[in-house]
Design a protein around this ligand. Structure first.
Ligand SMILES: NCCCC[C@H](N)C(=O)NCC(=O)O
Length: 445
């Protein structure tokens, strides 16, 4: 850092909160675009004749793009700086959204999702870097909590679009054009962030760019067993939650006879509960620690949920924001939202307490990379199981094997969480670790 930098004041709260607003809006738009696929899956199948396996691959191809991008994304952020990187990645996502919506050809839609993956995950890394830069030492956890909550609001909005934009769902294409508009919000927010950073350069001490999550293969050998248990849990957890969520709208329509609007509203309940619970669990876990225990509780809670939607009676209808939703399904999605808050709130920060701070960039990049690999495998497997068992509205039992598969993943997650809990009170094995001393570097995903 140069000496003039040090003499400058830190950014004022107003400047910091504006940054948080712009970065969170960029994430809001981005999460919307990712989740816009779920509500049109049945339309892609009925209008364009895609199979379950093909739609499953449309989910996975995002991860392939993300894997490629994660290997180079950190380098781009370091080389071009956060403001350029944020705009570049948001623009790639916009292009991906346009290509997804533009043509009914499977290969074109798949290329759009690939491009979305190429832009999305490095966008998340760039957003993390921006927040670390502006909020370091100042309300960093809270800023990350708000950022993640607004991202989840983007996901929930994609579900709500089946209600507020229901006329668009007469075909597969219009909802995807709407998603393009949300990608436009993301690009606009990235531009506003650019202007804000430019306005503040030279006036405030914005510090060094900070460490970007970048993979350095040599460093992988320094991580201990506990780190790899966290990675394993991360892989299994997100490989369960994200694919379930993407397929859920179609599942609720076909297996439980819900209208698309009600299915979308029901799916959004998971996000609503996560939006509220994530900052609260974050505060609780910051206060009491015991991350292994909280991860175990979260995994234990998840265990019966997929079987509950499969085998329990759907329950009496209750009205939620104008949609009639069966009570059991509502409770399951609210509980899943709690799990989706509890496990990430304990898991992501626990890396910072497990590995040497100097290797956090590699630790997070590796974890996200592994997450993407696991998450890319599950949707085609679920699609294959659904195709194999001829799952449909006329053969609801055909969905059960997929739900057992999710349950198997949840059991595996529980095993890793238990191993982490067992490790919780053991002393650290490798020197250079810092125990429960809140690393500055945090990561929302
Ligand atoms: N755009 C939705 C996917 C976000 C993936 C990201 N790598 C992640 O895991 N984020 C953490 C989270 O809990 O959302």
């Amino acid at each position: 850092m140069n000496p003039t930098h040090q003499a400058l004041p830190r950014p004022t709260p107003l400047h910091r909160w504006l940054v948080l607003l712009f970065v969170s809006l960029a994430m809001f738009g981005n999460y919307y675009v990712y989740d816009s696929l779920g509500p049109v899956i049945d339309l892609l199948q009925s209008d364009l004749g895609f199979s379950n396996q093909q739609t499953g691959f449309l989910i996975s191809i995002y991860n392939l793009g993300a894997i490629a991008a994660l290997l180079i994304g950190g380098i781009i952020i370091d080389r071009y700086g956060t403001k350029r990187a944020l705009l570049l990645f948001a623009s790639i996502c916009l292009l991906g959204a346009i290509i997804t919506a533009i043509s009914p050809r499977y290969e074109i839609i798949a290329s759009g999702r690939l491009l979305l993956g190429l832009g999305s995950e490095p966008l998340i890394v760039a957003a993390t870097t921006v927040l670390a830069k502006w909020f370091k030492g100042k309300e960093l956890s809270f800023a990350f909590g708000i950022n993640l909550s607004l991202s989840r609001l983007g996901s929930a909005s994609a579900d709500w679009s089946t209600n507020f934009a229901s006329p668009l769902y007469s075909n597969w294409q219009d909802p995807l054009w709407l998603a393009t508009a949300f990608a436009g919000i993301s690009v606009t927010a990235a531009m506003l962030y650019w202007l804000q950073e430019k306005r503040c350069e030279g006036r405030f001490d914005l510090g060094a760019t900070g460490q970007t999550d970048k993979l350095k293969f040599k460093e992988l050998f320094f991580f201990g067993q506990r780190y790899w248990f966290i990675v394993a849990l991360c892989v299994v957890f997100y490989s369960t939650i994200f694919p379930f969520r993407t397929f859920a709208i179609m599942y609720f329509q076909e297996a439980h006879g819900l209208a698309r609007e009600a299915a979308g509203m029901l799916n959004s309940m998971m996000m609503v509960s996560a939006i509220i619970a994530t900052p609260l669990f974050g505060l609780l876990i910051d206060k009491v620690g015991r991350r292994g225990l909280f991860m175990t509780v979260g995994c234990l809670m998840m265990l019966p949920l997929f079987l509950a939607v499969t085998y329990l009676p759907a329950g009496a209808p209750v009205m939620v924001f104008g949609s009639s939703i069966p009570l059991t399904l509502l409770l399951v999605m609210l509980l899943l939202g709690c799990v989706f808050s509890l496990v990430p709130a304990a898991m992501w920060p626990s890396v910072a307490y497990t590995v040497d701070q100097r290797r956090l960039g590699t630790a997070y990049a590796t974890m996200t990379l592994c997450q993407q690999i696991g998450w890319s495998i599950v949707p085609p497997v679920i699609g294959y199981l659904n195709d194999l068992n001829q799952a449909s509205a006329d053969n609801v039992a055909g969905y059960a094997p997929g739900m057992w598969f999710y349950t198997g993943l949840a059991v595996t997650g529980l095993v890793f969480a238990l191993l982490l809990w067992r490790h919780e009170n053991k002393p650290m094995a490798t020197p250079g670790h810092h125990q429960e001393t809140a690393a500055e570097h945090q990561h929302p995903g």
